[in-house]
Design a protein around this ligand. Structure first.
Ligand code: SAM
Length: 292
């Protein structure tokens, strides 16, 4: 008889009991116990035998198992040493899974990718992320400039809303810009909190991010561009003019520089950061640099 999926509530319970595992809230441990949702995640990610996958935080292997069944190769980073023997046990039937016992934020992703995978095949990140470090993990993958074609990741719905938000909405902010600069972001579906053990306080969402061939906008200096976008959202109720002065300075020379740059990019200083599109932020950043 075929073994039940790890994600079935009964099998999860057995695995936890067998290994005497107790959840650590500080590591964002909320395990999925609904095989249908896992199948939907794998489907959304378009994982097949021609795809390599990186997973962050395999837990006891609920999602890893579904990925292993469809992907060519799976590499999973798990920080919790108590889960390493559990995964050795649950992943025994899947030789195409490699578990790396490491904090993913400390991982040298480029080297791992080069050594673990066939470079010809597309690489995707598929994960139910630990919620306490969702943003740092996303930024680690985006900024390390590794060849990840797509990310299909579960996170708190509120964070998924912020990442995929459009200008002029309440959720739009520097995080939307930081991610959308590199990737096209789409909210795929909502996952109710009831399918996790232990149950978190909020609902989750699956976000599908597809890497753009080139960044969304052309900027002279990425660091300066991100400094500007962060500055514009420093105090959301303040105007762009107020926030920019707080970051760059209030002396006459700086004010003249900011004013000239805003004028050249045709942006009214009385607007709020949340009304500016990526294109407008890029224009302003480039004009500021040109006048420095
Ligand atoms: N993938 C499993 C599932 O869907 O049931 C577990 C997901 S659980 C939300 C997050 C997992 O990430 C936990 O297993 C936790 O131990 C692990 N984790 C937390 N911080 C991590 C880090 N910095 N690096 C790697 N794994 C981490």
């Amino acid at each position: 008889m075929e073994e039940r999926d790890i994600a079935t509530p009964s099998r999860t319970k057995e695995i936890l009991a067998k290994h005497g595992f107790t959840f650590k809230k500080s590591l964002g441990q909320n395990f999925l116990t609904e095989p249908n949702i896992l199948r939907k995640i794998v489907e959304t990610a378009g994982v097949n035998e021609e795809t390599n996958v990186i997973e962050v935080g395999p837990g006891i292997g609920a999602l890893t198992e579904q990925l292993a069944k469809h992907a060519k190769q799976v590499v999973a980073f798990e920080i919790d040493d108590r889960l390493i023997p559990v995964l050795a046990d649950t992943m025994r039937p899947y030789p195409n899974v490699k578990v790396i016992h490491q904090d993913v934020l400390q991982a040298d992703l480029a080297t791992t990718i080069q050594t673990a995978f066939d470079q010809e095949l597309p690489l995707k990140v598929v994960a139910n992320l630990p919620y306490y470090i969702t943003t740092p993990i996303m930024m680690h993958f985006l900024e390390s400039n590794v060849p990840v074609q797509e990310m299909v990741v579960m996170m708190q719905k509120e964070v998924a809303d912020r990442i995929s938000a459009q200008p002029g909405t309440k959720a739009y902010g520097s995080l939307s810009i930081a991610v959308q600069y590199y990737m096209e972001a789409k909210l795929a579906f909502i996952v109710p909190k009831t399918v996790f053990v232990p149950q978190p306080n909020v609902d989750s969402a699956i976000l599908k991010l597809t890497r753009r061939e080139t960044p969304a906008v052309a900027v002279t200096d990425e660091k300066e561009f991100f400094k500007l976008t962060k500055s514009a959202f420093q105090l959301r109720r303040k105007t762009l003019w107020n926030n920019l002065q707080n970051t760059y300075g209030k002396d006459d020379a700086t004010k003249a520089w900011l004013q000239a740059s805003l004028e050249a990019s045709e942006i009214d200083p009385k607007r709020r950061g949340e009304t500016l599109s990526l294109v407008e932020f890029a224009r302003l950043s480039n004009e500021m640099l040109a006048r420095k």
